[in-house]
Design a protein around this ligand. Structure first.
Ligand code: ATP
Length: 202
């Protein structure tokens, strides 16, 4: 597709929920989280390079990435996080570009949790932010993941804050109401994006 929407929002804001509503309209999704897992999947070049650099203890007995071991490694060696990002970010970007190119819908939704933080908004024609209050982020994420309030708060703090995300958004979906309230917002945006995609392609 030739028209790309960058969809983002903080942890637990409802990105996946919203993305799935666009998918129901026949829109192809390109999901950065899925791609980030693929580039370190069992047998991948990315995983091989991590093993070569940090040793075989980065792999589980069945040859997958030991995420806890890798987290531990970069927690104790901050420069290794930079090495890792320098390895993986270009791989992720390349795969995203391939999938965006291949996507056969009038426009494509690129779902990226750290869209602005990682500068991937530059790949998008427009950005769409799913917005909820930090209080609801805590509530919904704790309920979904059975994690502690502190763990979620740490992640919220590590992400871009609500206002700067909103400042950068071209479009905003308010997801503070019931899930039912999303459908109408998504349909309105879907029609707008179809028109904008048409204009860009004409
Ligand atoms: P993450 O950044 O952690 O991947 P996300 O932004 O993709 O999260 P979702 O997984 O879509 O967020 O939503 C977070 C949780 O909140 C899910 O359990 C989802 O079912 C629930 N949820 C989403 N929207 C609403 C809503 N309007 N009302 C109640 N619960 C909701």
């Amino acid at each position: 597709a030739n028209f790309i929407i960058g969809l983002t929002g903080g942890i637990g804001s409802g990105k996946t929920t919203v993305a799935n509503l666009f998918a129901e309209q026949g829109i192809v999704l390109v999901d950065a989280d899925i791609i980030a897992r693929e580039v370190v999947a069992k047998g991948s070049d990315g995983l091989k390079q991590i093993g070569d650099k940090f040793g075989p203890q980065m792999l589980t007995p069945d040859g997958c990435l030991d995420r806890a071991a890798l987290r531990e490694q970069i927690f104790h060696h901050p420069q290794d996080r930079e090495w890792l990002n320098a390895l993986l970010h270009p791989m992720i970007r390349t795969r995203m570009l391939e999938q965006l190119e291949m996507a056969a819908s009038p426009y494509v939704i690129m779902v990226v949790p750290l869209l602005f933080e990682n500068g991937l908004d530059k790949l998008a024609d427009r950005t769409l932010v799913v917005d909820i209050s930090p209080k609801l982020q805590l509530q919904r994420t704790i309920e979904r993941d059975m994690v502690s309030k502190e763990q979620v708060q740490n992640i919220i703090n590590s992400q871009s804050d609500r206002q700067s995300r909103l400042d950068k958004a071209d479009d905003v979906i308010d997801n503070q109401g019931e899930i039912d309230a999303l459908q109408a917002q998504v349909l309105a945006l879907h029609n707008k994006y179809l028109q904008l995609a048409d204009i860009k392609n004409s």
